[in-house]
Design a protein around this ligand. Sequence first.
Ligand code: NAI
Ligand code: MG
Length: 363
Amino acid sequence: MAKNLFLLPGDGIGPEAMGEVRKIIGYMNSAMKADFVLDEGLVGGCAYDAYGAAISEEDMAKAMKADAVLFGAVGGPKWDHVPYEVRPEAGLLRLRKDLELFANLRPAICYPALASASSLKPELVEGLDILIVRELTGGVYFGEPKEIIDLGNGQKRGIDTQVYDTYEIERIASVAFELARTRKNAVCSMEKRNVMKSGVLWNQVVTETHKRSYPDVKLEHMLADAGGMQLVRQPKQFDVIVTDNLFGDMLSDVAAMLTGSLGMLPSASLGAPDAKTGKRKALYEPVHGSAPDIAGKGIANPIAMIASFAMCLRYSFNMVKEADNLEKAIANVLDQGIRTGDIMAEGCQKVGTSEMGDAILKE
Ligand code: NAI
Ligand code: MG
């Protein structure tokens, strides 16, 4: 069956990194009869230049229909002063909202060849493989009221509101438990029930969801601040971490530093399963931005984008073996000492974006 991919390369190094994924897809179609059907649109600054919007309605409709969206990166100094509603990031936020991508998956994998680039001792991170599942569409980033009010006495008050409903916690917990079953079968849920009512509810709902539907998975609860400490103290104790939007934002950035460069980090954002087909809407993107400082030079690291495509194979198409092979190819190339500038080390061979893509494809 045809697998419909909608590509949104975006700005800066986005298109350069996406070009290497295109090579891999082309190979899979010709040599492995993978039957990927590609379409491509504009998002971010390039969409603003073409249509005056961060993404066109036509491209939004295509993203809604596709089996999966591959997203590069958006933004750059050229668009720093465009109106707020059409700024490059608005394209990504619109996609997340309309596709209802409530589950953000950020793996923190430490390739053995890069263990010495971590902020921690190599033995603490070598072989690290954590998956952080962050709630992406609720919590304090979206809760109302959200405002700054003038108290009239020379004082102002800034208000954000942390809100979570049962269904929001249930669905993110389910994603975490399901993913754990394909890994080491362990989930650690993080909140702050000691000081937050939403944390008390989070803890209850995760516990009930576990008892009702996933009793075979090992479940542990941790206060989020202690979790942050454990993440840098003994990161290999974790398999899947599930947490809310705010804590997930911070903890996934902490986890990122365990693994080396920004150019290595993939991510996936998943929606709810379709009632009829069971298929989830999904968007895959590298964690890094458009890197204007190196854009157009052919030196960007394409691994984050390629690893995002590996996640797409795994989660949208259940092509587990192909995903494993692609990830293994990345590890092999790193073992051979082939490096882009951002992960360069002594005695290694420095290559550009395209050579890195070719080396991975060859593996
Ligand atoms: P950035 O991630 O683009 O770059 C930070 C630093 O890491 C730069 O020195 C860059 O050269 C380097 N870097 C990033 N990815 C790399 C790669 N694949 N290979 C080699 N080096 C890499 O973050 P920054 O500089 O804060 O933002 C630049 C632009 O990107 C801004 O307009 C920002 O708004 C946008 N941005 C977009 C995101 C997205 O599309 N999801 C996420 C983050 C930032
Ligand atoms: Mg962040």
